[in-house]
Design a binder for this molecule. Sequence first.
Ligand code: AMP
Length: 193
Amino acid sequence: MRLVLFGAPGSGKGTQAARLKQDLGIPHISTGDLLRAEIKAESELGKKAKSIMDAGQLLSDDIMLGIIEDRLGQADAKPGFILDGYPRNLAQAEALDAVLARIGQPLDVVIKLDVPNEAIVDRCVVRFNKEGRPDDNPDTVKKRLAIYADQTAPVAAFYEKRGKLKVVDGVGELDDVTARIKTALGQTTAASA
Ligand code: AMP
């Protein structure tokens, strides 16, 4: 199963991906986590990424494509993957399509977690207090939501046109959201069987 979990920052992509990977037996590939690991390791990439991420901005498409090509090329991603945080704009969606077409492994489905902005802001405050992510401070969250609306949200229409988008209500208990995603994935598997 090759799956993208899509949605606004704080919509629960990371949390749900971590739950699904057990069941599906495929890796959870979070570009945000990959970048945070680079920052922790104080690599050149990490140094470059930190100020951009802390400001709630996006890294360049070139850098992100390099990261994603490298990660998707690793052995554990052969049976499939759950992508979280990529693609974040139309250029990245086109680039991902091209990479996957080249290796003959197109996406199966894009699940969009639908969560209203007010709930997102509340969730990021909770995460800020718990994990201390600098980009979860309320002002930066507002910036990230504006970038999401402007650059990332149009990616949903890109996948809808290709018949790959499923929208799932991301509000409610974690177990309920997981169950809704699994139902959507079950429909995908049934449709492609
Ligand atoms: P996330 O953990 O997915 O919210 O990502 C945290 C931050 O990492 C984002 O706000 C961006 O600064 C950066 N980032 C992650 N994925 C991407 C991407 N696909 N394109 C550009 N920047 C990204």
